[in-house]
Structures are given as structure tokens and as C-alpha cells.
Design a protein around this ligand. Structure first.
Ligand code: FAD
Length: 408
């Protein structure tokens, strides 16, 4: 009889956690995913999920990662996405100018975050060597003892779970990262930017003919930007012909918008065309009901400890969203790790004697930190720089002149 496979525990069932689970199960690991929230696929979870950013831009970086691990999921993701071939800049008079992303017409894609996450959850839950535990919150981890403590939020009891390898995909406020800090000399940097964001929904337009399909109120193949120097509004298309708009503004600016009249007047001054399309009632509804959220940037190194744990996705590198690469990088983390586990011949059936280190796994994780860090820091810095570009530079004469040369 062959040795039983070793157990990998994945903390977090976001897109990065699910893709990690699928990657490790492809290699033959026994995988358990622990997620603090309820299963997002349940109808009772949908309301809460809608409070979060509902669409995002996925680029070749993310698609390639999906493809390397679950080609069918990559194909489904592409079918569920709306291509955006450039930016559409809206000035205060309502004048539009299109700036293509690529001379040969390549695009980034707007996808519903829940569709992508649910698809990966479905794949993971149909895989025989993956088990999912929802409403299980990790509260502490002993990496040397290879056990973690969890709270079962249904029964309100605590339990202890043994593991061989732990993947922290538990987002920006990661408990795995905090536990990792206790056993490594982690360099760590965290910064909140002075801006917050709020999501607003732009409805679909009426059908062109009676009984026909709804229509998009704006060109669907662009990422729309209303740059206003110290703040901006953006809109990404959804397949149901709506747009998800996100208002990014300094906290002090948001704090001024307290009354309904004040909000409407502010939109009339800065985003008159968007106000007409969103509608005053819908705007006020979203302003009052949707959360205002902060934006954090996190840098850390190392991402691993011995052969015990690695942190991926936002847990390792939360970045501001202005380059549209946070999740794309998180999915790429999984692809890079997957390649390194394979090139180091990490064997899920090999169990080192108690207390010993699996040298091939430790080497793969070491290479992961060493090869990944510089790329992640670079992209995180680019994301920060792109905020100034999106809300300000795209409107300046020097930028427009350069862009025209690029498009020649
Ligand atoms: P998450 O999606 O945060 O998942 C972490 C999971 O871990 C959660 O389900 C959480 O409940 C669970 N968890 C946390 N703690 C515990 C615990 N103790 N025990 C058990 N479970 C736990 N990225 C792009 O690539 N393109 C974009 O266009 C884009 N747009 C964005 C727009 C905005 C406004 C924002 C804020 C972000 C955007 N991003 C974008 C970034 C992207 O949303 C994140 O990078 C991505 O969601 C991170 O995925 P993740 O799986 O690492 O973490």
C-alpha cells in the first residue's frame, strides 16, 4: 500500500485560496480549505457578498495562471468577461476621449468577482481530495508543531487541526502572516492611503426595440474614468449591461458629503454625465447603503517559513487597486509556486520523520520568496504611481501629447 498523501491546509476560500487548493490537489496533496465566512454560493450569503467590490479587471497575468492550473476555469472566466480595450476619459463637460491600451487591440477583461470565486469554489468542492470548511476561523498556528487552532463559528467551539503544509490566502488582515511574523525576521510595511472608495451601480439602459435586450448606457469595451485630480470615478462593465462605478476620494472629501442635496450638487459639479446615467435616487441609495472602505498597501518578506507555510495573494502583498493587478498577482503567485513545487520534485507522498524538514519543499519555498519578492514590490509601486496617473496625469496636455505619439 502506498503512503497516504500529506495534508495541506489552505486558509481562506477567496480566489487565491481556491486556486491554491486546486493546484495542490492536482499534485496529489490531501487538501482542506478553512474559510471564516459562510459559503458564498448559498443564497443567504449573496446580500453580504454584494457589499464588496463586485467586478474587477483580469489581465493575461491572471488568465495565464488560471490556464496553467485549471484550463476550463480560464475558458469559463473569459466567456463570462467583458473585454475593455482602452480607457474612456470623461471631462466635466461630458466630452469623451478614448485611449487604447494596446496598438494591436489586446484587452483587459471585466469580470464579476463572485462568478470567478464561485467557479473556483465549485471546482475545488468537486475535487475528491479537497474538503471545504466554512465558518471556520483560524485563530492561531504553531508551525513547528504543525497544528492550528480554529473557531467553529457554528458550534462556537474551538478545535485543533494538524497539517503538513499551510497556505495563507486569508487576505489583507491575514492571521497566517501575523503568525509567520512570530517565527521569521519578517520585514513588514503597511500604509493606508488618504483615500477611500465607495461603489455605485449604473443601471442597464432600455432595450432598443420593445421586448429586446437591455443595453449598455456607456461604451462597454472601455474602462471609464472621470479624473478630477484629487479624486476620480471609474466604471467597469458587467455582462448584465450594468456598470459598477467606484468613487475614490480623500476621506476629507467624503466627509463633506453628508446631505442628499450636498451629494447631488457635488455630482452635478464634478460628474454631471454620470449622475444622469446613474440616476439621483440610485446614487443616494448607494451612498447611504454601501460601505466606504479604506485602501491599504502591504509589503512583506519572507513569504514562507521552512517547509511549513507560505502566504499568497493579499495576505502577502495587498496593493492599491489602481493598476488592476492585485488579484492577477495573487493568481500568478499560485502559478509560480506550482511551478517551483514541480521543478523541486516536491512529493506529497513523502513524509519526513517527525520534526525533520522536507528539504525539497523548503527549497521550493525559499526560491519562491527569493524570486517573487522583487516582482511583487515593483507591481505594488506601479499600482501606487498609477493612482496619480488615473485621477490626474491622464488629463494633462503632456500626457495626451505622449499618448497621441504612442498611438501613431
Ligand atoms: P480575499 O479575496 O480577501 O480572500 C481572503 C479570504 O480569507 C476571505 O474569504 C476571508 O473571509 C478569509 N479569511 C480571512 N481571515 C480568515 C481566518 N482567520 N480564518 C479563515 N478564513 C479567513 N485586483 C485585480 O487583479 N484587478 C482589479 O481590477 C482589482 N480591482 C480592485 C478594486 C478594489 C476597489 C479593491 C479593493 C481591490 C481590487 N483588486 C483588483 C484586488 C483584489 O480584489 C484582491 O487582490 C483579491 O481579492 C485578493 O484575493 P485573495 O484570495 O488573496 O484574498
Amino acid at each position: 500500500m502506498s503512503d497516504p498523501a500529506r495534508k495541506a491546509v489552505i486558509i481562506g476560500a477567496g480566489p487565491v485560496g481556491c486556486l491554491s487548493a486546486i493546484a495542490l490537489s492536482n499534485m496529489g496533496w490531501e487538501v482542506e480549505i478553512y474559510e471564516a465566512r459562510p459559503d458564498m454560493r448559498l443564497p443567504s450569503s449573496k446580500g453580504a457578498a454584494q457589499q464588496r467590490s463586485i467586478n474587477l479587471a483580469i489581465s493575461p497575468r491572471g488568465i495565464l495562471a488560471l490556464h496553467a492550473i485549471q484550463p476550463d476555469a480560464a475558458d469559463r472566466c473569459l466567456r463570462a468577461a467583458v473585454p475593455m480595450r482602452g480607457r474612456m476619459i470623461h471631462d466635466t463637460t461630458g466630452k469623451l476621449s478614448s485611449q487604447s491600451y494596446d496598438r494591436s487591440g489586446q484587452s483587459i477583461k471585466s469580470i464579476d468577482r463572485a462568478v470567478l470565486n464561485e467557479d473556483l469554489l465549485d471546482v475545488a468542492s468537486k475535487t475528491s481530495n479537497v474538503k471545504l470548511f466554512f465558518r471556520h476561523k483560524v485563530i492561531a498556528i504553531d508551525f513547528d508543531g504543525r497544528t492550528m487552532q480554529l473557531e467553529d463559528m457554528e458550534s462556537k467551539s474551538n478545535l485543533s487541526v494538524p497539517f503538513h503544509f499551510c497556505v495563507g490566502a486569508d487576505g489583507s488582515y491575514s492571521i497566517v502572516r501575523r503568525q509567520l511574523m512570530r517565527v521569521t525576521r519578517m520585514d513588514y510595511e503597511q500604509a493606508y492611503i488618504p483615500h477611500e472608495y465607495l461603489e455605485l451601480k449604473m443601471p442597464a439602459g432600455p432595450p432598443q426595440a420593445p421586448g429586446g435586450e437591455p443595453t449598455f448606457l456607456l461604451d462597454p469595451n472601455h474602462l471609464h474614468i472621470w479624473p478630477r485630480h484629487s479624486f476620480m470615478l471609474i466604471a467597469l462593465p458587467n455582462q448584465d449591461k450594468t456598470f459598477t462605478c467606484t468613487l475614490f476620494a480623500p476621506t476629507a472629501e467624503f466627509d463633506k458629503l453628508t446631505s442628499s442635496d450636498g451629494i447631488i450638487e457635488w455630482f452635478k459639479t464634478h460628474f454631471p454625465d454620470a449622475l444622469t446615467l446613474i440616476g439621483q435616487d440610485a446614487l443616494l441609495h448607494d451612498f447611504k447603503n454601501n460601505p466606504r472602505s479604506s485602501l491599504i498597501s502591504i509589503k512583506a518578506k519572507p513569504y514562507h517559513y521552512k517547509d511549513r507555510v507560505v502566504i499568497l495573494g493579499d495576505a502577502a502583498h495587498s496593493m492599491v487597486p489602481f493598476y488592476g493587478q492585485g488579484l492577477n498577482c495573487g493568481l500568478e503567485d499560485v502559478r509560480v509556486l506550482y511551478c517551483l513545487l514541480q521543478s523541486n520534485n516536491v512529493d506529497p507522498l513523502f513524509t519526513p520523520v517527525e520534526g525533520a524538514v522536507d528539504e525539497s519543499l523548503a527549497k521550493a519555498l525559499d526560491e519562491y520568496t527569493e524570486t517573487r519578492h522583487e516582482d511583487l514590490i515593483t507591481i505594488s509601486d506601479l499600482a501606487m504611481d498609477n493612482y496619480t496617473e488615473m485621477r490626474h496625469s491622464v488629463t494633462t496636455p503632456a500626457y495626451l501629447f505622449r499618448k497621441n505619439l504612442d498611438n501613431l
